[in-house]
Design a protein around this ligand. Sequence first.
Ligand code: HEM
Length: 203
Amino acid sequence: MDLERLRLETSAAHNSVEQAIPLMGREFTSKEYISCLRRIQGIVGTWEQVAVNSPIGWVRELVVERQRCHLLDQDLRFFGISEINSERPVLPRMNDEASLLGTMYVMEGSKLGGKLIARHVQNTLELTSGNGTAFFRDHGRQTGLLWKQFCDILRVRVTDPESGQVIESAKEMFRVFGSWVNHSAYAHNSTANLSIENARANI
Ligand code: HEM
């Protein structure tokens, strides 16, 4: 597969999703950060669950090694939140190799900006290193090396006729990711829940 074509044809989708993550270039509160982590937990958790149950064995093994939803759980626990976000997005179709790899390109690529985001979150919320930002740091794994290995796999395994399908699947995954993270309904719900908790605390 021609990776330059994949990057070029999805770069507008990347820009949109980057804008949808409300964690860069601005100040935010820990409540907003937690809300964002919970949205990400919903989509990363759902994607990993589907991908590790994929009938395509070699991709499944790759996903298992690269899972990181437990890091989101760890960060949320740091902020005192232990329940899992039970809301689930509707993911693109990922029942064949090309569509699965297209979504995986997006999920793997989302790790690349992680270090930048972690640093910004740490400075904004005055956190000590690693606490509450394990997901974005991806446990300090060799993100660059893992990314390069994944790109090599795409280059070798995806045939030219399959490339269009990988690109369409990646664009759809970017779209779902952006609209899910940007969804405002959750913010309302969490505000409502917090209000109920505050009300209970005052009884
Ligand atoms: C504020 C949020 C984000 C920032 C600052 C950011 C930043 C970056 C940067 C700096 C790169 C290039 C890294 C490199 O070449 O070594 C990159 C690549 C990439 N990012 Fe993001 N990103 C963000 C959010 C996301 C999200 C949410 C996704 C997916 C849902 C995503 C998917 C990708 C992909 C697939 C690539 C690889 C592009 C390629 O083929 O070279 N990014 N991002």
